[in-house]
Design a protein around this ligand. Structure first.
Ligand SMILES: [Cu+2]
Length: 131
């Protein structure tokens, strides 16, 4: 077997592997993507106050807190929070997680995570839906 034959065989194996990988990805709904959100906290409400991503996505949320109080944020389902658990008054913070399962919850934890409670501490809500 000469070198050209070996290269051809190697190229064929790589091509076949790529086809299989593409098929598996298409069966799985495609490559997970990164979803980025910028959320402004002001007057004890969040804008946007609801975010939606897909299962498998990497989710990055950048918070800007324009209020004079800290705001707590956590998604214990994904072991995700911001440094210290709060976006500091007048400051910023970043949260990142892999959305590995569907969820519909409230990530605002000033008054404890409770998706049905629209009046927890400071009144703010951040609905996180992973579909
Ligand atoms: Cu708060």
């Amino acid at each position: 077997m000469n070198t050209n034959t070996q290269l051809t065989i190697a190229a064929s194996i790589i091509a076949a592997a790529l086809v299989v990988a593409a098929l598996l990805l298409s069966l799985n709904g495609g490559l997970p993507s990164t979803k980025r959100f910028d959320i402004v906290m002001e007057n004890n409400s969040y804008n946007p106050s609801e975010i939606v991503a897909s299962v498998g996505d990497r989710v990055i949320i950048n918070f800007t807190n324009r209020d004079s109080v800290d705001h707590g944020i956590a998604l214990p389902q994904f072991n995700a929070t911001v440094p210290g658990g709060h976006v500091p008054a007048g400051g910023t913070a970043r949260m990142e997680f892999i959305a590995d399962r569907p969820i519909d919850t409230d990530a605002a934890v000033c008054g404890g995570p409770n998706p049905s409670d629209k009046t927890d501490d400071h009144g703010e809500e951040l609905i996180v839906r992973i579909i």
